[in-house]
Design a protein around this ligand. Structure first.
Ligand code: HEM
Length: 460
């Protein structure tokens, strides 16, 4: 009984060594019993894992979507086979890399640790039951069980370690992103939001005496201000309690005051009273948002220096937040990745590059809404996260940008004018909780658009 008999004298500190040690100290008989069982049962173990997880609402929400279930059913079986069937000392490095990746995926989708551990327990128990059901001597089954649990425990440790490191990195990236957004044209943003809120208020007040006209005004929550508040303010103001108050006041305006005015059933004094209340509530929103802006302190900017856009290192934070905002309400959103087709050194010389980047960034900026997120993604690449956007709207947006770039005369050094084109890859979020999947789809589509000749869009 090699493995249980080992005295704890030389405990390997590196996980690679621990796994190699476990493999070397385990008899071929035990290992082939386990590998045979997993080979035969990988599918049923995965089904069982799914059944158990779907029985718990907190776990089921991670698995409910079709794309997840299709992928995970397959990857879970592969995972079991990597660990228990194909593992040799020479392949331990690959195994560690793979477990690290899985831990990172779980961190990105914010899978609670308690669920990951419940997953390990489910798989372990499932394998133990299947081992003991085999017609082998009880002692052999017991040794196999110990080997299996130890290997599982080591694999879980690697996933856990990667998970924790990624969560830590994510927390500091989020703080960094807030810094970047805070210092980015805060004044401009403040003025813009003040203006769009006033615009909405004027439209409502102007229509206040015509219920039919009032019903055509969009809800405050769906107005440009409302969208900005929903999608940017929470991160920008770091969940300050006043953001909740603004959200409640906006809801009160949309669901109580405006419907009252639009009902056409109010007497003139009642109408005046509701209008006065609406003005007070709008004033409160203006005051609270102004106050939230006031409390933003200045901090060092983490922007892309050449364009003033957000740099791509903030992308994970924003995409995670966007998925968390949209998925529970089943709202669509899209990623558009645009790559400049032809302006490398041959067309745009080094001295003109900064002027070029400013002009193209301006085209993107004026094409998106203030609730969308715009990033400099690569040298000549820009990425848009278009919030609350379905495929049709995303295509319109991409097409509008493509045409604007095509028709723009870029004024460069010595007043030379240059034309460039862009290829745009478009991916609508398909429900997968891991943001990297979405970026990869956008990248793939962008490459497709470029290889098909550029100056076009492709859809993932
Ligand atoms: C020991 C426990 C677990 C193992 C071995 C495991 C294994 C895996 C593997 C191999 C992947 C694919 C990673 C990649 O694409 O690179 C993955 C992703 C994922 N896991 Fe887990 N998982 C475990 C627990 C859980 C639990 C408990 C849940 C949810 C209740 C969960 C939900 C997911 C989801 C949603 C994904 C992304 C879907 C995908 O792309 O495959 N996992 N997991």
């Amino acid at each position: 009984m090699n493995i249980e008999a080992n005295p704890p004298t030389a405990i390997p500190f590196s996980v690679n060594d621990a796994i190699v040690g476990l493999l070397e100290n385990t008899s071929d008989e035990v290992r082939s019993l386990v590998s045979g069982m997993v080979e035969e049962e990988a599918e049923s173990l995965t089904m069982e894992f799914y059944e158990v997880m779907l029985g718990d609402p907190s776990a089921a929400q991670f698995l409910a979507h079709d794309v997840v279930s299709e992928r995970l059913q397959r990857t879970m079986q592969e995972w079991l086979r990597h660990l228990f069937v194909g593992l040799t000392p020479a392949r331990v490095g690959f195994l560690v890399a793979r477990e690290t990746e899985v831990g990172r995926v779980h961190a990105r989708i914010k899978l609670p640790l308690s669920l990951m551990q419940a997953g390990t327990r489910t798989l372990c128990i499932g394998m133990e039951v299947r081992l003991h059901a085999r017609e082998v001597p009880a002692e052999l089954a017991l040794r196999a069980e110990i080997y299996l649990c130890r290997l599982m425990y080591l694999a879980e440790g690697i996933m856990l370690n990667a998970y924790i490191q990624d969560v830590r990195k994510g927390a500091s990236a989020q703080a960094d992103y807030r810094h970047a957004v805070m210092t980015h044209d805060t004044l401009l943003e403040r003025e813009r939001q003040r203006a769009v809120l006033s615009e909405w208020a004027s439209e409502v007040l102007f229509s206040a005496h015509s219920p039919a006209q009032l019903r055509r005004v969009p809800k405050l929550a769906d107005s440009e201000f409302g969208m900005w508040f929903k999608h940017k303010a929470r991160v920008l103001f770091d969940g300050a309690p006043d953001t909740e108050i603004v959200t409640e006041v906006v809801e009160q305006i949309d669901t109580v005051l405006i419907p009252k005015l639009a009902s056409g059933e109010l007497s003139p004094p009642e109408g005046h009273e509701v209008l006065a209340e609406l003005r007070r509530q709008l004033e409160l929103v203006r005051y609270l948002v102004g106050d939230l802006f006031d409390r933003l302190t200045s901090a060092s900017s983490a922007k892309d220096a050449a364009t003033g856009l957000l740099s791509r290192r903030h992308l994970p934070t924003v995409l995670e937040q966007t998925i968390a905002d949209h998925a529970p309400r089943h709202l669509p959103f899209a990623v558009l990745l645009a790559r400049v087709d032809s302006p490398r050194g041959d067309v745009i010389d080094v001295d003109s590059r900064s002027a070029f980047l400013h002009q193209i960034a301006a085209i993107f900026l004026e094409s998106v809404r203030s609730s969308d997120h715009l990033f400099r993604y690569g040298d000549d690449e820009f990425l848009i996260i278009a919030v609350e956007t379905d495929e049709a709207r995303a295509k319109d947006l991409a097409e509008a940008i493509r045409k604007k770039v095509l028709s723009h005369h870029f004024k460069l050094r010595q007043n030379t004018a240059t034309h460039v084109t862009v290829s745009i890859g478009l991916a609508v979020h398909d429900g997968h909780p891991d943001y990297l999947q979405l970026i990869r789809r956008g990248e793939l589509a962008c490459v497709l658009a470029a290889v098909e000749g550029g100056n076009r869009l492709a859809h993932a």
